[in-house]
Design a binder for this molecule. Structure first.
Ligand SMILES: OC[C@H]1O[C@H](O[C@H]2O[C@H](CO)[C@@H](O)[C@H](O)[C@H]2O)[C@H](O)[C@@H](O)[C@@H]1O
Length: 636
């Protein structure tokens, strides 16, 4: 049976996260941080790359469940009977009905004191069920088998810098076999057995023990209190809250940075090479997250992220990176893990991301837009913020005419991407507005007005195809780009401008099928404009990569927004409903969706997709539109 990425549920502790399968197996976990090496990497390989399964032993399954042979040769039910998060939490309940009875496994990662813990509480619901726990720790992305020993009734696994303790309450007998740690026990109705797995540096003393039952109560209480703060009260509130919880879970609490997703190398195409590491903080994804959090009343998180940003980008704006490590680290070199076959054989598995070195001019507009948004939302002004704003603008003033890699981070040749230029316009436009609203600020408003007008003029002349009445992906090209759907929302032109309506229609007809939007045409060998950097490179494809990809979920949300803004609200509502229905059984979205195969693809869960869901819900039902967007009649 091949897993689909949407088979998984997420648990996390605001510093890292794990993916739990419907068979009760944790198949992905990086410790101690999102970007650390995984100790469970079955997701990108097999059981021998590390996992931890707790499930009924079987083979007495019912309800038509399949029973699978694991590495240990034992049969166990392939999937649970049902599973769900406890309402408004990240605490997962997975339940099985078997011929012996019913049982629940509750999974969570408690808010961290010092060390990360995974808590798994087994509870008998009916009858007497025999359970099996199989733990295979494989440090360094599934490659290192640790030494495991007993210590005072616990199991301790050590390899190099990593050490993991496993204990249970009440203690259950464990034994070692096949380079794994196993236990078997029975639970009757109301009986509980809790396992706690704790990581710590092998050279440090063993950390304080957590009480699994207290941790459960605390976790449920904390998440529910957090969710109750959401000020959105419209249709699909549950979906919006689930997306916000997911965004919160992707936030690295010690610094306030937000990862794009907790996984690496979940393919954009099964069997393909478009496999990237998303366990870093993209300025683009994060600035959009900030907007979603602010709009829903989460000022604290927005402020933490804004402060992360100020620290990360401090220094020369010419050195601004498009992404950083969790704490603002700058070096994210990309390499491949040859020993992992990849998700359903999709190799290579990559760690790090070479896009870190790209020039993506849109990020300046996104950062400046979000700083403006934060200021308007009343976030405290930090010293140096305006200086940073000015420095970013000075750099952009000298750089906006350059070709770049654009928001899709294409690995093909640089181009004059229209979206990047529009975001340069956003940067200038927001700067002019701030100076107009705050005359006490130091700045040459005429300079930024002139830049704003020049960019606008150039985009309308060189990025617009009058024959087809559409803006194009890059100057002089005939390709389209889903990012153009943002035009009405950014205020570049009024939403009822015929060029905007024409662009929305052209993107819908060329890049979307049934509302599922592709970022661009990854199959097409597009024409190269004369002033791209590509001449002589031999590359003709826009993204320079073999294979293709599926529809990109955030772009479908952008289509819904654009339809709404251009007066087609009924169609927007219909599309939004269909997108909400794509979420998996626990409300999560990956980066992409393949409407033909009917499954999700790409890293999971992805912040971008959940930001899209929140943004569109607010635009459609909250009456406030997208925060930070100027009124259409103000756009210049
Ligand atoms: O497909 C090409 C690129 O895909 C990744 O980038 C995408 O994810 C980023 C994080 O969510 C997002 O900011 C970007 O807009 C997306 O295109 C990958 O990180 C790149 O390395 C890759 O070239």
């Amino acid at each position: 049976m091949h897993p689909s990425i949407e088979d998984y549920a997420l648990i996390g502790d605001h510093q890292t996260a794990a993916l739990v399968g419907p068979d009760g197996s944790i198949d992905w976990l990086c410790l101690p941080r999102f970007d650390s090496a995984a100790c469970f990497a079955k997701l990108l390989g097999d059981e021998d790359n590390g996992h931890w399964r707790i499930a009924p032993k079987g083979p007495n399954g019912q309800n038509g469940q399949n029973w699978q042979k694991g590495l240990n040769g034992l049969n166990a039910p392939a999937t649970c009977t049902r599973r769900a998060y406890r309402p408004d939490t990240l605490v997962l309940d997975t339940e099985w009905d078997t011929e012996e009875g019913s049982v629940r496994v509750t999974d969570l990662m408690p808010q961290r004191d010092r060390a990360p813990d995974v808590v798994r509480i087994v509870e008998g619901l009916k009858g007497r069920v025999t359970m099996r726990s199989t733990l295979r720790l494989r440090f360094d992305y599934g490659s290192v088998v640790p030494w495991v020993r007993r210590s005072g009734g616990h199991r301790v696994a050590v390899a190099g810098p990593d050490s993991v303790w496993l204990r249970s309450e009440p203690p259950v007998r464990t034994w070692g076999e096949d380079f794994g740690t196993h236990s078997e026990f029975t639970v009757t109705e109301g009986q509980q057995v809790a396992f706690v797995l704790t990581w710590h540096p092998s050279y440090e003393p063993r950390p304080r023990r957590v009480d699994p039952y207290e941790a459960l109560a605390q976790s449920v209480g904390d998440w529910q209190a957090w969710a109750a703060r959401c000020r959105y009260d419209g249709p699909h509130r549950d979906a919006v809250v689930r997306s916000l919880i997911t965004l919160k879970a992707l936030t690295y609490a010690p610094s306030g940075g937000i990862v794009a997703a907790p996984t690496t190398s979940i393919p954009e195409e099964i069997g393909g090479v478009r496999n990237w590491d998303y366990r870093y903080c993209w300025l683009r994804d994060s600035t959009l997250t900030l907007g979603a959090l602010l709009a829903c009343g989460y000022q604290e998180e927005a402020e933490a992220w804004r402060n992360w940003l100020l620290r990360a980008v401090a220094g020369d704006p010419a050195d601004l990176q498009i992404m950083y490590g969790l704490a603002g680290e700058r070096r994210i070199s990309e390499y491949e893990l040859a020993w992992l076959p990849g998700f359903r054989g999709s190799a290579p598995v990559r760690v790090g991301n070479a896009a870190v070195q790209q020039l993506q001019l849109d990020v300046y507009g996104e950062v400046i837009d979000s700083l403006t948004l934060a200021q308007r939302a009343g976030l405290p002004v930090e010293p140096g913020m305006w200086r940073l704003h000015q420095a970013l603008m000075d750099f952009l003033h000298s750089a906006w005419r350059k070709p770049d890699e654009g928001l899709w981070e294409v690995r093909g040749p640089r181009r004059h991407f229209v979206h990047s230029k529009v975001m340069a316009w956003v940067a200038a436009d927001r700067t002019v507005r701030i100076l107009e609203e705050n005359p006490e600020l130091d700045g040459d408003v005429d300079r930024w007005r002139a830049m704003r007008d020049e960019v606008h003029r150039e985009v309308c002349e060189r990025g617009y195809d009058p024959e087809r009445n559409t803006f194009t992906q890059s100057y002089g090209s005939r390709e389209l780009d889903a990012a153009l759907l943002l035009l009405p929302r950014l205020g570049f032109l009024p939403p009822d401008d015929p060029r905007v309506v024409g662009t929305v229609d052209a993107v819908r007809s060329e890049l979307a099928r049934d509302g599922f939007v592709h970022r661009y045409d990854s199959d097409r060998h597009g024409s190269l404009p004369h002033d791209s950097d590509a001449h002589g490179s031999g590359l003709k494809k826009v993204d320079g990569l073999p294979g293709g990809e599926s529809s990109f979920l955030v772009c479908s949300f952008w289509l819904a927004d654009a339809l709404h803004l251009t007066g087609r609200t009924t169609e927007a509502l219909d599309l939004f409903e269909r997108l909400v229905a794509l979420r998996n059984d626990v409300g999560l979205l990956a980066e992409e969706y393949d409407p033909v195969a009917g499954h999700q693809l790409g890293n999971f869960p992805q912040a971008f997709s959940h930001i899209g869901l929140v943004g569109t819900a607010l635009a459609l039902f909250d009456g406030e539109g997208e925060a930070g967007v100027p009124d259409a009649d103000e756009a210049g």
